[in-house]
Design a protein around this ligand. Structure first.
Ligand code: HC1
Ligand code: SF4
Length: 574
């Protein structure tokens, strides 16, 4: 243990603790900017490059960055001296001196950490007029916008991309005032091996990295009387969107979400969860088929598009393990423009499918040519949780006070199995609930497979199905995915089924979700809410979804049959 004083208060902490963490224990707040502590992910960005967290330590001539400096016995720290306060303000003023300072029109307005700091530190003027950068914005990916002019070199995105996701796309480019973070040689994002996971966007403090704004397309569709505009919402939206309206993280807002979307003027309000149940019908069938016919094992879930990009770029020799199932929201689009179009008597070309996703990679996924029929994309527009919430605010919707409503019929029913898609481990748990009953012919009484749950980066469990021990592996975050795949490729790990999600926590931690500013406990609360929503459901197995069963009976025929293959399955290319 080490004893020290901070602003005159005694504090005793473990050796190795930083001054910043020691200060938290006596409720002394020290502002930070480049610092990022990803809690359970056990990653800390403490490059100390921004100098916003400097404090005064008695006996030291220079101010000390509290995020990286460790406590020492007898240390006397002051965070509130004029010198420390002025130095912190100067650090922010310097950043602002060559920042575009177009806050009114910036996509990060009111969510920008640099802006909040300027407020918190009492910056009232920008004393220096530094040279501004004048780089082009990169929108090549159709998913992520990179605006180097707003990069403050905090390098949080680099930590995310390189250390956690192990994608290695982002690094420092150029020098001095002109420096920013981007792909090597500043090639366009779409020419890099970026997966569009959006985790760099999730941690960027400014608008140097944001999602491409697709809300104008949604407004246009909603205002076009010739278009029938259908919206679907992903499992992870309902447990996060409340945060955009000041509700507590982990608030379940399913009914309010349906009500708000209806008020916005969508012609039909649907749930991707319906399609998640449909996905399980196909994925569990494929799994049973692979087991019975000596097919390739392990089978890997395929609903995460960043993960699909990752395996295509990084493990092209393993493209026979992902399930061929399209992701649920793409299945939904495909069924909407065939089954629903026929049922409602609407021409598919007049239907616009809007997906509300917690994910940025879904924007790129929807553009994949193989995910369209007759040049009509299965899904037309993808907006994130943040984008749809912004639209609701523009519509003047008082989200927290809305009365709950249900999703529309025909494709709006869902089971608990589909809800848990939104968190790491959920897709495979949902698949097991169905595969168990199909393989054994017995009723599964205990539907919760707790050994598959949690936030450990890599988890494994064995599920007994009849006389078979099915070994299951789960990874979230692409760095963990890489480890799991390498282990399989090297022959050190043997699994029958694996689930991989690119984002920490799964979709609840997606790059399009309300900014969590690195607070992993928010992701944990969203995850708990997902499991609660599963418990709230009367039906908890996908193959009990009546609307899905009707879809097979009236239209698709057998699960994993010919028509299902044509509409619900895809392929991958290196
Ligand atoms: Fe997901 Fe999925 S769960 S990928 O994590 O399979 O984005 O929420 O919509 O498609 O259902 C995301 C979430 C989402 C799909 C489903
Ligand atoms: Fe890296 Fe993901 Fe950002 Fe692409 S989207 S640069 S892979 S963190």
């Amino acid at each position: 243990k080490v004893s020290l004083t901070i602003n005159g208060q005694d504090v005793v902490v473990d050796k190795g603790t930083t001054i910043l963490d020691a200060a938290k224990q006596v409720n002394v707040h020290i502002p930070t900017l480049c610092y990022m502590d990803l809690g359970e992910l056990k990653f800390i960005n403490k490059s100390a490059s921004c100098r916003v967290c400097v404090v005064e330590v008695q006996g030291r001539p220079n101010l000390v960055p509290s995020c990286s400096a460790e406590v020492e016995e007898g240390m006397v720290v002051r965070t509130d001296t004029i010198r420390a306060i002025k130095a912190r303000r100067t650090a922010v003023e310097l950043l602002l001196s060559n920042h575009p300072n177009e806050c009114f029109t910036c996509p990060k307005n009111m969510e920008c950490e640099l802006q909040s700091l300027a407020h918190e530190l009492g910056v009232r003027e920008i004393k220096w007029e530094g040279e501004k950068m004048n780089y082009e914005k990169d929108t090549s990916s159709g998913a992520i916008v990179k605006d180097p002019n707003k990069c403050i070199m905090c390098r949080r995105c680099e930590t995310m991309c390189n250390d956690i996701q192990t994608c290695g796309i982002l690094s420092g480019i150029s020098r001095g005032f002109d420096s920013f973070v981007g792909p090597a040689f500043n090639i366009p994002m779409n020419e890099s091996s970026c997966t569009y996971c959006g985790q760099c966007v999730a941690v960027c403090p400014t608008a140097a990295l944001t999602e491409v704004n697709h809300t104008p397309k949604v407004w246009d569709a909603l205002n076009n009387p010739d278009k029938h505009v259908i919206v679907q919402v992903a499992p992870a939206i309902r447990v996060a969107i409340g945060e955009m309206f000041g509700m507590e993280p982990g608030t379940i807002a399913t009914g309010k979400l349906a009500a708000a979307l209806r008020r916005m003027g969508f012609d039909a309000v649907y749930d991707t969860d319906f399609a998640a149940d449909l996905t399980i019908m196909e994925e569990a069938s494929e799994f049973v088929h692979r087991i019975k016919h000596g097919g390739k094992l392990p089978m890997l879930t395929s609903c995460c598009p960043a993960w699909v990009q990752f395996i295509e770029h990084q493990f092209p020799d393993m493209l026979d393990i992902p399930s061929t199932c399209k992701s649920p929201h793409i299945m939904f689009g495909s069924i909407t423009k065939t089954y629903y179009a026929e049922k409602m008597g609407i021409a598919p070309e007049n239907i616009v499918v809007v997906s509300v996703m917690p994910c940025i990679a879904k924007k790129a996924e929807a553009k994949r040519p193989e995910l369209s029929h007759d040049e009509n994309a299965n899904v037309d527009i993808v907006v994130t949780t943040r984008e749809i919430a912004a639209m609701m605010k523009e519509c003047g919707i008082d989200f927290p006070n809305l009365e709950d409503e249900d999703f529309d019929k025909i494709m709006g029913e869902s089971t608990g199995a589909s809800v848990i898609f939104g968190t790491t481990g959920g897709v495979i748990e949902a698949a097991v609930r169905t595969a168990y009953e199909w393989l054994t012919g017995e009723e599964l009484k205990q539907v919760e497979f707790t050994q598959l749950r949690g936030l450990e980066g890599i988890r494994q469990g064995t599920v007994k199905i009849g006389d078979m021990d099915v070994k299951i592996g789960i990874a979230h975050g692409l760095g963990n995915a890489r480890k799991l795949l390498e282990c399989i490729r090297d022959g050190h790990c043997e699994f029958q089924a694996i689930e991989i999600m690119a984002c920490p926590g799964g979709c609840v931690g997606g790059g399009g979700q309300p900014y969590h500013h690195g607070h992993m406990e928010i992701i944990k609360k969203r995850q708990e809410a997902i499991y609660q929503e599963d418990r709230n459901k009367a039906k908890r197995k996908s193959h009990e979804n009546e609307e899905v069963l009707r879809l097979y009976k009236e239209y698709l025929g057998e699960p994993y049959g010919e028509k299902a293959h044509h509409l619900l399955h895809t392929h991958y290319s290196p």
